[in-house]
Write a protein that binds this ligand. Structure first.
Ligand SMILES: Cc1ncc(COP(=O)(O)O)c(C=O)c1O
Length: 410
């Protein structure tokens, strides 16, 4: 009775089952897999929201309903001002970045067409593409060489080899989740050239673009897109303002004038079919974006502090290394092999949960792989938690990893 594409395996994974069992027994779980900023005790986003909602209540125009399918014009102007090269008329609001992907996939590709996504990566985009009936091809990101720059690089040769006549778009995440690596300027240039020569759209997910520590974030990729290819920049309030509850995100379109206008018109048609963005909340966006420096600095301090805590603790541990990152809210821990083999990531995450009640994500959920010839396991954790709880959880988790390393195998 259901569509083949809806034949998902919906059984909870062993880690989720173990978390539910602990909660049923009233045992604590410190969730370092949680990247929800509203649970991180941050003051600036909540203050900005309270202020903006107060002003909204006094805004007579906010009380009516006269939706613009692309989104409130003042919101689009404020968004365009955040992205060099963006034009207010070429911005389309969406109810979350995920919806932005869905809109884009609908206008760019027919069922059976191919989109190219980076791997390792956050396990969302593949589902979004498959929900639109698209074929997903994954291009590798190559880890930084030991002792070299912190940046992961696109395997451009592998990407070029995976293109087919049905390829429609290449997606790049800038900076990437969970590696925290920006797309290198040379890789951007190569992606643009590939897009132009093969007629592919470039989709850049820049939701974490302002989360860097003053890292070398290349200028907004929309600037300079005039000569093509068609370029879609995605961002949103969920990461930029740490306000996911707004469900406000956007697509900024760049590229040659005629194609860009056509893309915007098609996106507007899709957006008009749903009108899913709340015009009321969209009216609050300019006020919120005006306060983003304060939000950004609180977030940056939280993430940098936790990254430093984690790095120092890992440096003192025998079997865990914290991978360097330029930006983002996540950290990757690399766990040394035992008896020459990589520890089982799921067993490790379960053992950590059992021993100290700390939840982290196994690296395979992000398709993280060890470098060739250097077996290792990976764990991924969020850096948003309040510092005190985070520091204690990190100590416990590293102790649990060491204890696992010392436990004889069955
Ligand atoms: C890189 C990236 N893009 C987009 C999203 C989804 O964002 P949104 O909450 O706006 O749908 C996520 C979610 O964590 C993400 O990691």
């Amino acid at each position: 009775m259901f569509a083949r594409r809806a034949a998902w395996d919906l059984t909870p994974n062993p880690l989720a089952e173990r978390v539910a069992a602990r909660r049923r027994l009233g045992l604590p779980v410190l969730d370092l897999a949680d990247a929800n900023p509203t649970r991180a005790g941050l003051a600036a986003p909540a203050e900005a929201l309270a202020l903006a909602l107060g002003e909204l209540a006094r805004d007579a125009r906010a009380l009516g309903y006269d939706p613009d399918p692309r989104g409130d014009p003042a919101a689009r102007a404020a968004i365009a001002a955040c992205h060099p090269g963006a034009a207010p008329d070429a911005v389309v609001l969406t109810a979350g970045t995920s919806e932005g992907y869905a809109h884009l996939f609908r206008i760019l590709a027919d069922p059976g067409d191919r989109v190219h996504l980076p791997t390792p990566g956050y396990p969302l985009f593949e589902h979004l593409a498959e929900l639109e009936g698209l074929e997903v091809s994954r291009y590798p990101l190559l880890p930084p060489a030991p002792g070299g720059a912190a940046r992961w690089r696109i395997d451009l040769g592998a990407l070029a080899d995976s293109l087919s006549p049905r390829s429609r778009a290449v997606l790049a995440i800038h900076p990437h989740n969970p590696t925290g690596s920006f797309v290198d300027p040379e890789d951007w240039a190569a992606l643009r050239a590939l897009g132009r020569s093969r007629g592919l759209a470039l989709v850049s997910d820049e939701v974490f673009a302002e989360s860097g520590q003053g890292g070398p974030a290349p200028a907004g990729a929309l600037a300079g897109a005039r000569e093509g290819p068609l370029h879609f920049l995605l961002s949103g309030a969920s990461k930029l303002l740490a306000l996911p509850q707004l469900k406000l995100a956007w697509i900024a379109v760049g590229g040659p004038d005629r194609e860009r206008a056509e893309a915007v018109a098609r996106l507007e048609f899709v957006a008009d079919a749903f009108l899913s963005v709340s015009p009321l909340l969209a009216r609050a966006l300019p006020r919120l974006l005006a306060q983003r420096a304060g939000i950004r600095s609180e977030l940056a301090a939280r993430v940098a502090g936790n990254r430093a805590r984690l790095g120092a603790a890992a440096a003192a541990s025998r079997s865990v290394q914290c991978l360097p990152a330029e930006a983002g809210w996540a950290a990757i821990l690399r766990v040394a092999p035992r008896d020459g083999a990589a520890p089982d990531e799921e067993a490790l995450a379960l053992a950590i949960l059992d021993r100290c009640g700390v939840l982290v994500q196994p690296g395979f959920l992000f398709d993280l792989e060890a470098p060739p010839g250097r077996p290792a396991a990976h764990l991924v954790l969020s850096l948003l938690a309040e510092p005190e709880g985070f520091g204690a959880a990190v100590e416990d988790l590293l102790e649990a990893v060491e204890a696992c390393a010392e436990t004889p195998r069955d």
